[in-house]
Design a protein. Sequence first.
Length: 532
Amino acid sequence: MTTPRVNPNKRLEDQGIIGVSKVHYNLLEPALIEAALKRGEGHLGLGGAFLVATGTHTGRSPKDKFVVRTPEVENTIWWDNNAPMTEAAFDRLHADMLAHLQGGEVFVQDLFGGADPEHRLDVRVVTELAWHGLFIRHMLRRPEADELQHFDPEFTIINCPSFKADPARHGCRSETVIALNLTRKIILIANTAYAGENKKSVFTLLNYLLPEKGIMPMHCSANHALDNPDDAAVFFGLSGTGKTTLSADPSRLLIGDDEHGWSNSGIFNFEGGCYAKTINLDAEAEPEIYATTHRFGSVVENMVFDPDTLELDFTDASLTANTRVAYPLDAISNASPSSLGGVPKNIIMLTCDAFGVLPPIARLTPAQAMYHFLSGFTSKVAGTEQGVTEPQPTFSTCFGAPFMPRRPEVYGKLLQQKIAEFGAECWLVNTGWTGGAYGAGSRMPIKATRALLSAALEGSLKTATFRRDPNFGFEVPVSVAGVPDVLLDPRRTWEDPAAYDAQAAKLVSMFAENFAQYAPFIDDEVKQAAIG
């Protein structure tokens, strides 16, 4: 007789979720795909991938995300960045969603958020869609069958894509809502089938909970040396900076590509899988990610495909440019089996500077690291959005403002402390433009970026000769093997040095204007770093 894959004392009715006609607990991948196909939720693609379209919502809805304003969290939430919802409105939303589920069918997954058993979060995800259960099984950590017998969910996510919220009744902005009640330990998601809301809700939870334990939550990728887990590195970076590409180094083991925690014993992946963009995915450039789009159990979101042959069109963005594939980490050959690493020896902050000002690599002090971490700089370029005719700065604090429930200084100070305590080297790496701004200069050669990162990770860069950058005050190597010296001094790459100086002054001013919001909350050392 098969042992039930659920704690018999922690069924839905024990949580007040009653009247559901059919509950499926912790189905495995084949059963979830079978159920999704039977329910008409998508198509079985080549190799057994599940192909699905998410409808109106093909990405996250950050303006529809709310945190319930309870006395317990009143003084700890960054309310300028997190829209509040009243307790009464949440209670009405919760009751109405539970009533909506009565008589229906739901799929329950009991999962861990975090690879470190000491710090992981037990999360129950209740979904209307079978394929959402498949998705979240990839993205979170999967308990063993015997662990499910004692699984005690600390937080519960209830996701009802077919439920439409009433802004007047539920205190939200539209019919779509993502509401986090940190006191009641419930997250409600309604009127969106975009699966990424499930994943990022857990990330937001961990971003709130872990700092109280002295653990730094990070929106970053991470890897470690093949033969030494203690030789770990993390890579912060916004979209388009090369975070996934540069951390996927065949000479190192991948810990994870998106979300991690840093405790006193080391770093750990929050997730058990990857959620990779597939638009214009190249089979030769990224063969392993490409292969996952034809792998049994992978979830392929919003990709156009031939209805007869089921061949995927990697260039068609007619549904969305945010096409994605979700798959477990073990689909990647050089992924760490444990998803754990030691305390990072190197912190890499990636930026794509389309102004052509920043050097390809710079060494940061702990105070400078906090400054650039709080800034979270990259840039949009002409043609990427309507109305963008010249490079525009983008500042997303902590390299992930939408997922930060606490004030940025909390994360910045925690990172600063850990860098200082453990002696991690911190580097700012520019993968953007050199020889001029976007439209005049050229993209930083990937070969040079890889050579500089290798020198930093191997430790040879520590012995290099450095100069002080006159604009930002950080240290820049004068010479690195395999990299033209001129590339290390961006001013020398411009035909008109005076034009470079004017562009640099403009960028420094943009940084200063953005950073002014943090000035009342930081120490004098970081303020000094802010002025170079």
